[in-house]
Write a protein that binds this ligand. Sequence first.
Ligand code: HEM
Length: 326
Amino acid sequence: MTGLKGISVLVFLCCLFSVIVGDHEEEKIPGLELNFYRNSCPNAEQFVKDEVSRSTLIDPTTAAALLRLAFHDCQVDGCDASVLLSFSNGLMTETESEMNFGLRKLHIINGIKSSLERICPQTVSCSDIIQLAARDTIHLSGGPFIDVFTGRKDGTLASKERADKELPPADISVDKFIEIFQGKNITLQEGVALIGAHTLGIGHCRNFEKRLQPPGDPTLPTGFKLTLLVICSNPFLSNITFETNDLTTFAFDNRYFTDILNGRGLLKIDSDISRDQRTKPHVIRFASDQKQFFRSFTSGFLKLSNHKVLLGKQGEIRKDCRFVNN
Ligand code: HEM
């Protein structure tokens, strides 16, 4: 009997182990590791976390800004910190693209980098700092802790044209939305979870005002439409007037999904995924099961943050995130 019990415990432990180990097996890519800087800069991850916590305490909107920054970096030519370059061989940079309108808090990453340069010169990449900061903001806002891999190198090129082409507009179609994630081996369920990042932050009127102009978007409930019409009443201010993406703007929770099912999707794409037959089942699931949302977000985010990374001898470790090294 005792022997049988022993075997059952062993089988249970084996299963548990394989679930834990196998959990993010799919998202692993050779060259990236957990805690890549454990020997070269042991305090790097803690330092990022402390700085992100400090900045978020001063300005709680920081979390949303840093999360969007991580997506916009990976979306254009992979997660290589190209979004931070303020000079690119005389060409226009990514932040000059209209698609990056509203991108904020880049200086926080630049600040973390310059402090880390004093402790561990030319060791920690800007692209890793972006992903670590996003991971910390998600967790600080009540979301899952995502053990992101590190060891990325920084790119040496940035392109406004690529940003124009690769970054999704607020009124992207559901077909194109699905394509964006498919190209990164991200499942539809994970893609829907990832746009659940709109559980944080805001959207400016310029990104949804078309929905308010005649003939108007018939899917917008009258009450919500009236609220938005008041907020966006002055068309000359549409770059500074805004509404929150969901009703719990500082909390990383599944409220976004309940909101969009109730017709309170701010951007056209937020609304559309709550009605399209391919995405709706996932929206319904996440609205009623926050744990499932967190699980799918975690696996999707790991894939996103590993997208087209530069490794080993590729790229460089920038000394200043805003410029390539000489
Ligand atoms: C693929 C479809 C997506 C589209 C079309 C889209 C579009 C937008 C737009 C237009 C805004 C408003 C920007 C502004 O007016 O300031 C926004 C905000 C935001 N997006 Fe997305 N997004 C998408 C996916 C994602 C993903 C995958 C993430 C992260 C994983 C993300 C994170 C955010 C966050 C956190 C904000 C709020 C930013 C802030 O408050 O500063 N988005 N998005």
